[in-house]
Design a protein around this ligand. Structure first.
Ligand SMILES: Cc1ncc(C[n+]2csc(CCOP(=O)(O)OP(=O)(O)O)c2C)c(N)n1
Length: 542
């Protein structure tokens, strides 16, 4: 194991620090579904921990698997990006009622400014909604330390604990001091029907238990030192949540700071902090979550609700400068403050999706419902052949809904990982309800968009060894589709002919476009050259 000694000082990525914190906490399981900016949490654990580390097919399955480990008395971490929590919301809302056994930490990474996402949602609302505690670090050291505290809190309260981060924590490097790795919990799987079976006869009691824990959560927060005022008679102040604390420090000693890293926040603490201040700023990523509380106790609050800070996009070190004259002037003099030119993503040279889109464009579908992955770039010039992108798995259902209105030659394009994530129920639904659509599965042997993680189609696990292998063709056939064809997108002519033919066919037809992402091919070639064979078939997972 790398990084296995306590007391080492390492410059670490925020995501790696969370992974390290989980390992130091004595986890027995880590689960995730890839999604920027959370992906590297599991990747770090896979590289540095010899136990169970799994890419799940989606976030719901990832959380449910981690809950299974917790039921066995073990500690588990489940990580995902913010929109993944929408997918995992169903088990989350009810496990909060039932309660956990071994510590369960849900590491959720938000993406303010939506650099790599379909929206900017603020996961703290989910923590509040589910009535579970949430910790929010401001740098890599805190990310590691708060992961450890989250496990302790989880076991103390019998609740999953959310660790909320944002892109600038996950993808920034800062110094971390490593600690001792705790022993794993012993296996302790005990049947507990009243608290493991969410049927109506149990639910109200479980809800009451959860409600009773709320007071204890407030008390824990008060004693934790995680929400802390730094005040010395100043007239102005900043309530700084998570990474907001790093930005708040830029503004110097004339600002008192209330550092917020734990939710639920004590309203008394906020009231005490704001009451004497002539001006109070609230720096928080996402929505005015804490600002709404602060406004109940002061009319001198500046932030997102009064428009001094934008509700759209992420914070930054400049967040307050426009509203503070002396800062505005000093920033004008800063010659390094030019914005970077935009660098929108584009398809890589040799990308199999681009060849496939040449054929699809020539086949002229009336409408192509899209999905999320590298292939969404087919919406951009020169292809402009993908007409929608909503959320993972939505394309097939959207296409079915359109075809049901009498539109002919409707296609849906979806990647192999997205198909396994949430495309299968949509395919079954389309067959069941007799839609007339052509489903195009672009199988590039990877979750390319998030950094080429392996999928069940390749049969390679998160650890890079052989796992079970799933056949796309067999899945589609078993869903009852009218036909399944496989094509190589580099053979544009043949692919175009198949697409033309299948666009006019009745029922739900599937064409699988199969060719590995160029980076997968390169990665394998490099490994073969170096004789590193562990990601190649032939090795069994430990
Ligand atoms: C609910 C949710 N989880 C995760 C993501 C992150 N994400 C975006 S696309 C994608 C999958 C891409 O893989 P695939 O469908 O195989 O297409 P490829 O990028 O390989 O072309 C993932 C995991 C997301 N956008 N939404």
């Amino acid at each position: 194991m790398k990084h296995n000694q306590a007391g080492q000082e390492i410059i670490m990525l925020g995501d790696d620090a969370i992974g390290r914190g989980a390992i130091e906490s004595g986890i027995s399981m880590a689960t995730s579904y890839p999604g920027t900016p959370a992906t590297q949490i599991l990747e770090y654990i896979a590289r540095n921990f010899s136990g169970n580390v799994e890419w799940a097919v989606n976030e719901k399955v990832a959380l449910e698997t981690a809950i299974g480990a917790s039921y066995a008395g073990k500690r588990a971490i489940c990580s995902m990006k913010h929109v993944g929590l929408n997918v995992a919301a169903d088990p989350l809302m009810t496990i909060a009622y039932l309660g956990t056994k071994g510590g369960l930490v849900l590491a959720v990474s938000d993406d303010p400014s939506a650099y790599s996402s379909q929206n900017e949602q603020d996961s703290r609302f989910y923590a509040k909604f589910a009535k579970i505690p949430c910790l929010e670090p401001c740098d890599s050291q805190e990310a590691k330390d708060m992961t450890i505290r989250a496990f302790e809190l989880s076991e103390q309260m019998g609740l999953p604990v959310m660790l909320r981060t944002v892109t600038r924590i996950c993808h920034a490097y800062s110094l971390v001091v490593t600690g001792e790795v705790r022993e794993q919990n012993p296996l302790l799987l005990k049947k507990d029907p009243p608290n493991m079976i969410a049927v109506p006869s149990n639910v109200l009691r479980c809800h009451r238990n959860l409600q009773d824990k709320q007071e204890r959560l407030m008390q824990w927060g008060a004693g934790s030192g995680l929400n802390k005022p730094f005040a010395n008679g100043q007239k102005k102040g900043i309530i700084a949540c998570g990474i907001g604390y790093v930005y708040a420090q830029e503004y110097g000693p004339e600002f008192a700071i209330l550092k917020v890293s734990y939710y639920p926040v004590s309203e008394t603490l906020i009231e005490e902090f704001v009451k004497e201040l002539e001006e109070v700023w609230v720096l928080e990523e996402g929505e005015p979550f804490v600002e709404e509380i602060a406004r109940r106790y002061s009319s001198r609050v500046k932030g997102k609700l009064s428009g001094e800070i934008s509700r759209i996009g992420e914070l930054g070190p400049d967040v307050m400068t426009e509203s503070i004259p002396e800062w505005r002037e000093s920033r004008k003099r800063d010659k390094h403050s030019k914005p970077l030119p935009p660098r929108p993503p584009s398809m890589c040279p040799g990308c199999p999706h681009s060849k496939f889109y040449e054929a699809l464009k020539a086949a002229q579908p009336a409408f192509t419902a899209g999905d999320i992955g590298c292939y969404t770039l087919g919406a951009n010039p020169p292809y402009q052949i993908v007409d929608t992108c909503l959320c993972m798995g939505a394309g097939i259902s959207q296409a079915a809904g359109i075809s049901k209105q009498g539109v002919k030659r409707v296609a849906a394009v979806i990647g192999d990982s997205t198909f396994l994530h949430s495309g299968i129920p949509a395919l079954i639904n389309a067959v069941y309800n007799k839609a007339n659509i052509l489903v195009l599965i672009l199988d590039n042997s990877a979750v390319a968009m998030t950094g080429n993680q392996p999928t069940p189609i390749t049969g390679i696990t998160a650890k890079g060894v052989e796992g079970g292998k799933i056949s796309l063709e067999e899945i589609c056939k078993s869903c009852g589709v009218s036909s399944v064809e496989v094509t190589d997108p580099y053979d544009v002519e043949k692919t175009e002919a198949i697409l033309k033919d299948k666009l006019d066919a009745e029922g739900v037809n599937v064409v699988i476009s199969r060719r590995p992402c160029v980076f997968v091919t390169r990665k394998l070639a490099k490994m073969r050259r170096k004789s590193i064979t562990h990601i190649l078939p032939g090795k069994k997972a430990p």
